[in-house]
Design a protein around this ligand. Structure first.
Ligand SMILES: NC(=O)c1ccc[n+]([C@@H]2O[C@H](COP(=O)([O-])OP(=O)(O)OC[C@H]3O[C@@H](n4cnc5c(N)ncnc54)[C@H](O)[C@@H]3O)[C@@H](O)[C@H]2O)c1
Length: 438
């Protein structure tokens, strides 16, 4: 039975990086009865002040009656403290890894928000630092714990799609306003869009796909080739909305497409599409020898199961929702059935789940379900795509951060509840059990 009651020993946290995302995590973590935020840091005073209000001094403070600790602008001061059990890094793309490594060197297990990697060297260093210090670092890729992705994982592990052949995913999100006004809101993304040209945000789709395909656990990514479209969307937006920036060149293409090849033969297609008008999508597709699921339209086709329309057999998809319900992951079912009084929402529940997966790994001293090799591989995609685009789409080799152990590494030794490498064997299905009793 999956037990999501929060009843472990108290974890004392230092939280570094308190922009929009960091404060969101901090509020949720602080509301957990077995977590206490003890130290906070942001190198920009207004964000530090906002976090203070959220946690200690504001009208909706999570710890209203407690004495506020001293916040700091220097993360080194947090890492020097002796009264912490673990560190959260919620800073910007270019600072995550450096701070996470310093935290591991200071003897702390770490969780870290992720995004674009900066260099392969840094990705190697993250893995070597984790190996040498024995301190785990968990990338907080929340989409791995989303309802839909968990149901698809369940279907993949149960062989519903047959043998997987191809997966697709994307970060297809109109970010023109956020990026275009990033200099005013002190947001990290703007310089990346002005100066880089690559797959800048691969992890939301790559995390779940990596788990479907067993990347770094019996499979690995071999190569990546990327192509970039022209860059017009953000420039047009700046001309209209930010004439002061309209003279700036924009390097990031409107649509970046990356094709990855895996050691076991599968292909993965990733799309980054963030500067044209469009509704949000993660552009998913999971395809195997029995059929496929696709996100746009939320459709499925399974040979032998999907009823074929004789008048239109070429388009005989069916709605995927009944399958997502029938194959609901036991973790998600347990989440839906738990008492929500103490759960501060976030992206429908996946934020809380990914945070709990990490907190419980700290409480028990066990491996987190996602690790340094996951973070390094996913974040390298940005760097490799930039190199490939600069070289006209030339294939780039993905480093083997596991140094060959991908061939023999089994499922993570994390707490079974949180595993993304298998379906928890001990998971009862409470809803189904109750239905059976009736
Ligand atoms: N998983 C999700 O759904 C999701 C959603 C939003 C953001 N994110 C990720 O979260 C991260 C942060 O995003 P955000 O929107 O909060 O950005 P942000 O720019 O609002 O916040 C980043 C914060 O880090 C601080 N910072 C930067 N360098 C620092 C340093 N050296 N020391 C201390 N503080 C430092 C900045 O001052 C800022 O307050 C990014 O990696 C982003 O990709 C994930």
């Amino acid at each position: 039975m999956i037990d999501l009651r929060m009843k472990g020993p108290t974890v004392r946290l230092g939280v570094i990086g308190l922009g929009g995302r960091g404060r969101d995590h901090a509020r949720r973590l602080a509301a957990m009865p077995d977590v206490k935020i003890v130290a906070i840091c942001d190198n920009w005073q207004p964000h530090l002040d906002k976090a203070f209000a959220d946690l200690w001094t504001g009208p909706h403070a999570i710890y209203p009656k407690q004495r506020a600790p001293k916040g700091t602008l220097r993360y080194e001061e947090v890492l020097a403290r002796k009264d912490l059990d673990a560190i959260c890094v919620f800073t910007s793309w270019e600072t995550h890894m450096r701070i996470a490594m310093d935290a591991m060197l200071a003897g702390f297990p770490v969780c870290m928000e992720i995004g674009a990697g900066q260099s392969l060297e840094e990705c190697y260093e993250l893995c070597r630092t984790s190996e040498r210090t024995g301190m785990p670092v968990m990338p907080l890729e929340n989409c791995c714990y989303d309802r839909r992705e968990l149901a698809l994982l369940n279907m993949v592990k149960q062989g519903v799609f047959g043998e997987l052949v191809h997966c697709q995913g994307g970060y297809e999100h109109d970010l023109r306003d956020e990026v275009g006004n990033g200099d005013r809101s002190h947001h990290y993304r703007q310089p990346h869009f002005l100066l880089r040209n690559g797959e800048l945000y691969p992890t939301h789709e790559m995390g779940p796909i990596a788990k479907y395909l067993g990347i770094n656990r019996g499979n690995r990514i071999l190569t990546l080739s990327a192509m970039a479209s022209k860059a017009r969307g953000l420039h047009a937006w700046l001309e209209k909305n930010r004439p002061d920036l309209a003279g700036r060149a924009v390097n990031e293409a409107d649509v970046v497409t990356s094709m990855l090849k895996c050691a076991n033969g599968e292909t993965i297609l990733l799309t980054h599409d963030c500067s044209l008008p469009r509704p949000y999508s993660r552009g998913g597709r999971v395809q195997g020898t029995n059929g496929l699921w696709q996100e746009d339209g939320n459709l499925i086709y399974l040979e032998g199961r999907t009823k074929i329309d004789k008048n239109d057999w070429m388009h005989s998809f069916e709605p995927a929702e009944p399958y997502l319900k029938a194959y609901a992951h036991p973790l998600w079912t347990a989440y839906e059935e738990m008492e929500r009084r103490l759960v501060v929402g976030g992206h429908g529940g996946m934020d809380w789940l990914v945070e709990r997966a990490w907190i419980e790994s700290v409480q028990t001293g066990t491996e987190p379900p996602l690790d340094c090799y996951d973070a390094a591989t996913w974040m390298s995609i940005t760097v490799l795509s930039e190199q490939s685009i600069a070289m006209g789409g030339a294939p780039q080799a993905m480093p083997d951060y596991t140094r060959g152990s991908w061939m023999t590494r089994g499922p993570s030794k994390c707490i079974e509840t949180w595993t993304l490498d298998a379906i928890p064997a001990s998971a009862e299905k409470p809803a189904r059990k109750r239905a059976a009793k009736k």
